[in-house]
Ligand binder design. Structure first.
Ligand SMILES: [Zn+2]
Length: 135
């Protein structure tokens, strides 16, 4: 990232940077994760959460893809990353792959949108009376 790039962070700003999970870029699994609010960062500064004027975070934590509008990312960053991260981690971000999404709620519809943007064939599984079918 460089100065001026769009950035957003969720409920954590980093990890210990030493454990296996951190070295694999999976800070959310770190036993010493640094939360966005009321935690002490590596440099000794305290995190004050979303109402802060500024915050220190790992450089890669806040990277916002250029194709996502800034306001949309700010409002939904935790939801987006919840589905975006596993799609990317498990290689389901490539055309020709197939994805099953259980439920078309808040996270499910975001998974469908990402998968379709990646060119992935999506099947939604639901028990709703209306049924969502295959997309
Ligand atoms: Zn760690």
């Amino acid at each position: 990232m460089t100065v001026g790039d769009k950035a957003a962070i969720g409920c954590m700003v980093g990890g210990c940077d030493k454990c296996d999970d951190c070295t694999k870029g999976l800070e959310s699994y770190c036993r010493d994760t640094i939360l966005t609010y009321n935690y002490i960062y590596h440099d000794g500064t305290r995190t004050y959460g979303g109402y802060s004027d500024w915050i220190v975070a790992e450089e890669h934590c806040g990277e916002v893809p250029g194709y996502i509008a800034h306001g949309l990312w700010c409002a939904t960053s935790m939801c987006w990353i919840t589905v975006y991260s596993p799609l990317k981690y498990y290689g389901l971000n490539e055309p020709g792959k197939h994805l099953g999404v259980v439920g078309l709620g808040g996270l499910g519809h975001l998974a469908v949108k990402f998968a379709k943007a990646f060119g992935v064939k999506v099947t939604v599984i639901s028990t709703s009376p209306q049924g969502e079918g295959s997309h």
